[in-house]
Design a protein around this ligand. Structure first.
Ligand code: ARG
Length: 468
């Protein structure tokens, strides 16, 4: 568009009174938030209905005007919902759009709606209402995922697999136990989001531009109508605060960290090197050149999109950092960040849950993997310790035996009893049952341990927690 003459807007702005010239077209586009804040139209209208009701109750607005306003707003809501009314791209934002449309429909009464209110408290209200609704949707999606993971864990409680530290085989576990770790993380994610909503749920409406108002408003009445737990207690804070966006995005970022770690494991587990799981065809893709490929794209994208959600959080943190009180236009940047984080989280959850629900665990493969890597070495040391040897001494002997096994290319279960006895007289025939994988896993019955029994207890705990 370089070189083109700037076009001046003909449409009169609501604030046109003070100005001699119209806003430059590019500046107008730059300034406008309608293309992204239009998604809050229902919340904007709901807030305006509560505001008009309060104004009439307090004698600031006539009942006749209130009726006109409420009917007009209800009509606008219906028409936007049905697609009859589309957003006028020339409006500066959703608040201006709704007010202009209302005035077009009902005349002067529409011009009275903005009494004792500013777009500053209006936008703060709308985002809170919008995010409150959307947070509940995200929580519902996470619950579905927790249940899918938990169902898989229950199904695979008896599947023995290697547990890892440093991505080295460490100790044998129930595969369900590994999965339940994710259920626990996701439960905390739900808690974090619900917690953020608790702090978010206070109405800023009535803070006005920044300093409250001289009208005898009733903020508590508005708050109650809109289902808030109370009102914000300082009008400057009411319009300047975006903590609730940051908190929600932090909770989303932690959630994405969990999904990303899980994705990484799904990617590893579905590789030929592991083959612990098979993903359903409907959640994998092929290659345009390599006919044999079955790629875990969904998990990779979730892992990738995690960076994007972190970016949204970092972006808004940076926008808010150093902003003086009260409202500054910089704050309009809050919405694209928080909406993008929200949309991304929703998209990821919607694909991740069925991917988990449909994956197949290859129990024979995980079992074979658990047979290698001396993952019962701790149990062999515990065997000696339970017979009276100090743990450190037992640890050293088992380390030496592992070294000998590596040289002989055998595992602990194949090492002969006489050879064991050469290291300690405490070794006896029963050592073999004690270090069998099934024993190692199923004796790990300490609270929260890796046994199948513990997995089933965890499954019951999670289901109860979710009210299932
Ligand atoms: N579109 C604006 C935003 O999203 C609404 C608030 C505008 N307030 C103002 N004083 N210009 O932040």
């Amino acid at each position: 568009m370089r070189g083109r003459q700037s076009v001046f807007l003909i449409m009169e702005k609501m604030w046109a009174g003070r100005f001699e010239k119209a806003l430059d077209k590019k500046a107008d586009d730059f300034n406008s938030s309608l293309r992204f804040d239009c998604r809050m139209y229902a919340q904007d209208i709901k807030g305006s209905i509560a505001h008009a009701t309060m104004l009439a109750k307090q004698g600031i607005l006539s009942n006749a005007d209130k009726e006109l306003i409420i009917d007009g707003l209800a009509g606008i809501l219906e028409d936007i919902d049905s697609g009859k009314l589309t957003f006028d791209t020339e409006a500066e934002d959703i608040h201006m759009f709704v007010e202009a449309e209302l005035t077009k429909r009902i005349g002067d009464a529409g011009k009275r709606l903005h009494t004792a209110r500013s777009r500053n408290d209006q936008v703060a209200l709308d985002i809170r209402l919008y995010l409150r609704d959307k947070a509940a949707e995200v929580v519902a999606l996470i619950k579905e995922l927790v249940l899918a993971v938990t169902n898989q864990a229950e199904k695979n409680a008896d599947v023995i697999a290697p547990g890892y530290t440093h991505l080295q085989r460490a100790q044998p576990i129930s595969f369900g136990h590994h999965l339940m770790a994710y259920s626990m993380m996701l439960l905390r994610d739900i808690g974090r989001i619900e917690d953020a909503v608790k702090r978010m749920n206070f109405s800023p409406l009535g803070s006005c531009a920044l300093a409250g108002t001289t009208y005898p408003t009733n903020r508590m009445f508005v708050a109650e109508q809109l289902g808030f737990d109370g009102i914000t207690r300082n009008s400057i804070d009411g319009v300047s605060d975006r903590d609730f966006c940051l908190e929600l995005m932090s909770a989303f970022s932690i959630l994405m960290t969990h999904l990303s770690r899980f994705s990484e494991e799904i990617i590893l587990w579905s590789s030929w090197e592991f083959k612990f799981i098979d993903l359903d065809d409907s959640y994998t893709t092929g290659s345009s050149i390599m006919p044999q490929k079955k790629n875990p794209d969904m998990a990779e994208l979730v892992r990738g999109k995690t960076g994007r959600v972190f970016g949204d959080l970092m972006g808004l943190l940076t926008t808010l950092k150093g902003l003086p009180l009260a409202y500054n236009k910089d704050m309009q940047e809050d919405k694209e960040a928080v909406f993008d984080a929200l949309d991304t989280v929703v998209m990821c959850l919607e694909v991740f849950t069925p991917m988990i629900a449909t994956m197949q665990v290859n129990g024979d493969v995980t079992y074979r993997a658990a047979q290698k890597g001396f993952i019962n070495a701790t149990d062999l040391a515990d065997y000696l310790t339970k017979k009276g040897m100090p743990f450190r001494a037992a640890y050293k002997i088992v380390g030496t035996i592992v070294g000998e096994c590596i040289k002989k290319d055998c595992v602990l279960d194949e090492y002969p009893l006489e050879a064991y006895k050469a290291h300690s007289e405490l070794f006896a025939e029963d050592l073999y049952t004690e270090i069998a994988l099934e024993t190692c896993v199923n004796k790990r019955n300490s609270a929260g341990g890796a046994s199948a029994k513990s997995v089933l207890e965890q499954v019951a705990y999670v289901r109860e927690n979710l009210g299932e």
